[in-house]
Design a protein around this ligand. Structure first.
Ligand SMILES: *Cc1c(COP(=O)(O)O)cnc(C)c1O
Length: 435
């Protein structure tokens, strides 16, 4: 089974980090996000140990939009990772968790004045400028506050990586960044480098997500470094940092063939070194921003099976106690997952099921056409490899409470986010008064 590293099946008893799933169900209820903490720690180490160079400093930024909360941000900080944040809320969580402001990179295509002020006030490490208007707004804020801010400029490298269109970001129609094809981009770079309030370090780019072919990342390095060299030569501006983004593909189902992370990361760093040598360039810092590839495998979702129904057409449904509210990806863009019945894990799969949630939407489906042992009410359904963009996109549709998040490691389970109560659901509401 492809799942987090410390998920172990012993007969019909499945455990993660030496805590049985039945125990987790009893103690924390379902639906539940179970984080295999050691699996995450191990993967962070794979990134740090393999994306290395003697020619430049390397930084691993965790793209916190994939999955974050105070506990997670604290863990990320303790592992020496930097963090990519995309909103005032994410900045707030990272800082509140104790991350150093210097370790944050702030992204976004429409950063609000309030968010830019928050970032500048907090002395955030790096703001990744997306466009000209944002530059003008930031320039105003920096003058008002008389502060200097380190910045990168997001470049759209015009690369169409083969992935789903909603998670593709580097093509020419993308809403992100400034195009390599436009003269305005060069004009903006000139302004950035001349501005005394801006410490212009270099470029950022991110070509998309869930990319399985290494060649797109190598191509991205070529395009971006050539562009950087061109800027150095023609505009006489020194480029010191390059951030090549994230998007490394992961395993969801047998349709996904992710590359081996260790070898890829080593070759990626070598490729950058080689290209720099060819171009006679040097950089101080090279950063990458994995989100999904760091967290996705570490989280397994648990549900309790409720009703089982066979339609007139012979389709077998398993209904679970959550659904699109805790994982909207299948409904949003047809994402696929594998599912297992944890308490029947050693039994033969005999029946084809579609696993649906309890929300009032026909599209509320988690997994289609999964072969499983005969299911019954009360079974514990498990969906591994469900860490990225699941809790992060959770909603209260149908007024379902957001599930709890529990971290397990070394036979200990720690509650990181408690399940929302009904009170939580109305905590922002005002009561109607007939006056
Ligand atoms: C979303 C995002 C990432 C992370 O993407 P993954 O596919 O989760 O690795 C990195 N950088 C930027 C700018 C992003 O928007």
């Amino acid at each position: 089974m492809n799942a987090s590293k410390y998920l172990v099946a012993d007969g019909n008893n499945v455990s993660i980090g030496s805590v049985s799933l039945e125990r987790l169900k009893q103690d924390f209820g379902t639906p539940l996000y179970v984080v295999d903490e050691q699996d995450f720690i191990d993967r962070a180490k794979v990134f740090k140990d393999n994306f290395k160079s003697s020619k430049f400093e390397t930084r691993i930024l965790y793209a916190s939009k994939a999955f974050t909360n105070l506990y997670m941000a604290g863990l990320v900080d303790s592992l020496g990772l930097y963090t990519d944040v995309v909103s005032g809320g994410e900045i707030y969580i990272s800082l509140k968790a104790g991350e150093k402001a210097k370790n944050l990179y702030f992204h976004g295509n429409n950063k609000l004045r309030s968010e830019l002020e928050q970032a500048v006030d907090a002395d955030l490490g790096t703001i990744v400028i997306d466009n000209e208007s944002e530059y003008e707004l930031l320039d105003k804020i920096l003058k008002e506050k008389n502060k200097v801010q380190a910045c990168l400029l997001r470049i759209n490298p015009s690369i169409d990586a083969h992935t789903h269109k909603y998670i593709q970001t580097g093509g020419d129609d993308s809403k992100f960044g400034m195009s390599v094809h436009l003269d305005e981009t060069k004009e903006l770079i000139k302004k950035l480098s001349k501005n005394e309030k801006i410490d212009f370090k270099g470029f950022h780019c991110h070509i998309g997500s869930q990319i399985h072919d290494e060649k797109f990342f190598f191509f991205e390095v070529e395009v971006m470094l050539k562009y950087a060299k061109d800027i150095e030569n023609n505009l006489n501006i020194k480029i010191r940092e390059m951030n090549f983004g994230g998007g490394f593909g992961v395993y969801y189902t047998s349709e996904d063939k992710p590359f081996d992370l260790e070898t890829f990361l080593q070759r990626y760093a070598e490729k950058i070194e080689e290209k720099l040598l060819n171009l006679d360039m040097n950089l101080e810092t090279v950063s990458i921003e994995p989100g999904r590839s760091l967290i996705n495998q570490s989280i397994t979702m648990l549900y309790e099976v409720g009703v089982i129904k066979t339609t007139s057409t012979g389709l077998n449904y398993i209904f679970v106690d959550g659904g699109m509210t805790d994982n909207i990806r299948p409904a949003l863009y047809g994402a696929k997952y594998e599912a297992f019945i944890a308490n029947k894990i050693s039994e033969e799969p005999t029946t084809k099921y579609t696993i649906a949630g309890k929300c009032c939407e026909s599209g509320d489906i988690l997994v289609k056409d999964e072969m499983l042992p005969k299911a019954s009410a009360g079974d514990l359904l498990m969906i591994p490899n469900a860490g990225a963009y699941t809790y992060a996109m959770a909603s209260n549709y149908n007024k379902l409470s957001k599930p709890a998040v529990v971290f397990v490691k070394n036979a200990k389970a720690k509650l990181a986010v408690r399940r929302q109560s009904f009170e939580d659901l109305v905590s922002n509401d005002e009561v109607y008064k007939n006056e």
